[in-house]
Design a protein around this ligand. Structure first.
Ligand SMILES: *[C@@H]1O[C@H](CO)[C@@H](O)[C@H](O)[C@H]1NC(C)=O
Ligand SMILES: *[C@@H]1O[C@H](CO)[C@@H](O)[C@H](O)[C@H]1NC(C)=O
Length: 299
């Protein structure tokens, strides 16, 4: 009897280790994979694969913990008329695979002047980056006693999303920003105000201008043949945001202070996935009022 229990325990352990292996390393043939990301989020664009459930929204995201922030060179997602441009001619400051870019016509000559980044590496003014805030049901941060988000526990890469459970639910916020130089941000206080805790918060998208959908992890190691085995609930801003170089560099400083080293430079972009590997629909992302969670619990 005892021996049987031991065998069962060992079998369970082997299964769990195998599952960790799947989550962390095994790539799938796209013919065997669930819906992938990044997708074309242009309104009206449809994929082929069935969406099995309505993805998590803002309500759930608030109860998840942030595991990471990283950024890609260019947009991985695509929205026609917003982030849909080929990489600009000239120096991209990085050798990783570029994604899609925002138009720079709106920038004044002063806003295109180079900025001497102290904390971000291999980035440049006038280029576009897609920022990914990774939230997970299994991240190593701490929930405060009232259930609201407590201490930040972010780390390089996506491993933190699976720190406390191998089958974590993951929500990633994606926001595409064009970097411009704002010379009037000439004091630490002004930079701090413009930064506005970008480490943990995106620039709230205009009402009705963000979507959620079921996809996967991204990055340049996946394509239309080799797909990702890790499911992600995506929240994506449809507009090109403008982020000052000063606030970007302040963000990298905050990332450094949290212990991040690898994610201070851009990652390569996976091109938007062929519609054969994309979920049929996206859903509007409804914002939630920022009221304390579980207020009124007495103790
Ligand atoms: C980052 O920039 C340095 C200095 O310009 C360059 O030598 C290096 O190749 C760049 N790294 C990547 C990954 O592009
Ligand atoms: C540049 O920063 C100033 C001062 O904080 C701000 O008022 C202004 O709106 C910024 N410029 C742009 C184009 O956002």
């Amino acid at each position: 009897m005892r021996a049987l229990h031991l065998v069962q325990a060992m079998a369970l352990r082997v299964c769990l280790l195998a599952l960790v292996g799947v989550v962390k390393s095994v790539d799938l043939a796209c013919t065997d994979a669930e819906p992938q990301a990044p997708r074309d989020v242009t309104p009206g664009y449809t994929g082929i694969l069935a969406t099995r459930y309505e993805p998590y929204g803002e309500e759930e995201r608030r109860n998840f913990l942030q595991a990471n922030l990283h950024f890609h060179l260019g947009a991985e997602h695509k929205n026609d008329g917003e982030y849909d441009q080929a990489p600009p001619a000239g120096d991209l400051a990085s050798t990783v695979a570029p994604g899609l870019f925002c138009k720079t016509d709106g920038l004044s000559p002063a806003e295109k002047l180079p900025y001497n980044f102290q904390h971000c590496k291999n980035v440049s003014v006038g280029l576009t980056y897609e920022f990914h805030w990774v939230f997970s049901s299994g991240a190593p941060g701490q929930l405060a006693d009232d259930g609201s988000e407590g201490e930040l526990g972010i780390a390089d890469g996506l491993g933190g999303a699976f720190a406390r459970t191998v089958n974590a639910d993951v929500i990633v916020r994606g926001q595409v920003c064009l970097i411009y130089n704002n010379a009037s941000l000439d004091t630490d206080a002004k930079i701090e105000a413009d930064y506005a805790d970008f480490l943990t918060k995106w620039r709230p998208p205009p009402a009705g201008q963000a979507v959620k959908y079921v996809g996967s992890t991204t990055g340049s190691s996946y394509n239309d043949n080799v797909c990702s085995p890790a499911e992600v609930n995506w929240h994506v801003d449809l507009k090109c945001c403008k982020l000052s170089a000063q606030a970007f560099d302040r963000t990298c400083k905050a990332m450094y202070d949290e212990g991040l080293r690898e994610d201070l430079k851009p990652k390569g972009s996976r091109p938007p996935v062929d519609r054969r590997w994309v979920a049929d629909v996206t859903f509007p992302l409804q914002p939630v009022c920022e009221v304390p969670v579980r207020e009124g619990n007495s103790n």
